[in-house]
Ligand binder design. Structure first.
Ligand SMILES: NC(=O)C1=CN([C@@H]2O[C@H](COP(=O)(O)OP(=O)(O)OC[C@H]3O[C@@H](n4cnc5c(N)ncnc54)[C@H](OP(=O)(O)O)[C@@H]3O)[C@@H](O)[C@H]2O)C=CC1
Ligand SMILES: O=C1CO[C@H](CO)[C@@H](O)[C@@H]1O
Length: 315
């Protein structure tokens, strides 16, 4: 199996990337160094995560040390929901480049299809705790992304957390098709219909929280069990001399899906990328398919009032 997958933009994207949500800016230079040593060449970040400067330092270090070429590193970042007017989206693209200290980004995504009220408040909420809608729309943000490709700042563009109807509406207007849709996906939330839809449209799916985000206690759906203790995953893992995490990741990549597990621990980093030396057979793939509970880690209930809230659709 290849380590990379070809995007509709023509660029190759590594099938395993390093997630970085909740990674602290001041820790990211060291985390990047460990990740590069473990073999990662793909990092996922976002304006929201507040850690792009540290990630940029880590990237600059390996390049200036002559260890890795910039062209061999794949950087994904995202523009946040408070920047969906054309002008603010353009500014957000430049700001991401500035924070990362890079002269181009490999893949820039619209983080969510929902425009939030503009300003410094990342999650602007009303007195009922519901999100306040903003000006602009993902159509405008998309136009800014398309223009950034023409300007040479970005190589590929895509979306995140879009349902199939939102992608359909985007495709009707877009000059450039999205290369990727980054969505939650793991054995308890398998996204089969959305994956089939994306495949038909030539859009690659990236799975976020591919391990079910076991470390988060603030945002995660409290009903969500720890998938890494699932007995079926454990049984398959034992047969291969692998861990349940590796089985969950291998299942995703065998479905043609990119995974971006986050770890700050060098041993687990290595574990999560060591999934190319074994294969799940049809029976094992079916067993993992049987684990689907249609259960998300992240429901984002405070946004369910938004006209573009993506989770009102089945997929
Ligand atoms: N587009 C979007 O809206 C979203 C994007 N994302 C992206 O996806 C990435 C991954 O998702 P995330 O929510 O972080 O969750 P993950 O499913 O990647 O789980 C990360 C957690 O699992 C632990 N962990 C990692 N590897 C192992 C292992 N082999 N065995 C046991 N525990 C392990 C980590 O702890 P430790 O660090 O101690 O190893 C961490 O607490 C994010 O970091 C972010 O980049 C995430 C959410 C939403
Ligand atoms: O990327 C992300 C990390 O997790 C957050 C928790 O709700 C999400 O809002 C966000 O999309």
């Amino acid at each position: 199996m290849d380590y990379t997958i070809k995007l509709n933009s023509g660029y190759e994207m590594p099938l395993v990337g390093m997630g970085s949500w909740l990674g602290k800016d001041e820790e990211m230079e060291k985390i990047m160094s460990d990740a590069f040593d473990a073999g990662y060449r793909h990092i996922d970040t976002a304006f929201l995560y507040g850690n792009q400067k540290g990630i940029g330092k880590g990237i600059l270090k390996v390049i200036t040390d002559g260890k890795i070429l910039r062209d061999d590193i794949f950087v994904t970042t995202k523009i946040w929901n408070t920047s969906h007017t054309y002008a603010r989206a353009k500014e957000a693209i430049y700001e991401n480049l500035r924070q990362l200290g890079l002269d181009y980004i490999d893949l820039m995504l619209i983080h969510w299809p929902m425009a939030f009220k503009e300003g410094d408040d990342i999650f602007p909420l009303d007195s009922n705790g519901k999100v306040i809608e903003g000006e602009g729309h993902f159509f405008e943000a998309w136009k800014a992304l398309e223009d950034s490709i023409e300007e040479g700042h970005v190589r590929s563009i895509g979306v995140s957390n879009f349902n199939h109807k939102q992608i359909e509406r985007l495709l009707e207007k877009a000059k450039i098709r999205p290369a990727v849709n980054q969505v939650e996906m793991h054995p308890y939330y398998q996204q089969k219909k959305l994956r089939d839809y994306c495949k038909e449209k030539g859009i690659i799916v990236t799975a976020f929280s591919p391990l079910g985000s076991p470390g988060d206690t603030n945002f995660r759906n409290k009903q969500m069990p720890n998938i890494l203790t699932d007995p079926v995953l454990a049984e398959i893992a034992k047969k291969h001399g692998k861990s349940p995490a590796q089985v969950a990741l291998r299942w995703a990549v065998q479905n043609g899906v990119i995974v971006i597990p986050k770890s700050a621990n060098p041993v687990r980093m290595k574990e999560n990328i060591s999934i190319f030396d074994f294969k799940l057979d049809n029976d094992e793939m079916k067993k993992v398919e049987g684990l689907d509970r249609n259960m998300r880690c992240f429901n984002l209930e405070m946004c369910d009032n938004h006209k573009e809230f993506p989770f009102k659709e089945e997929y």
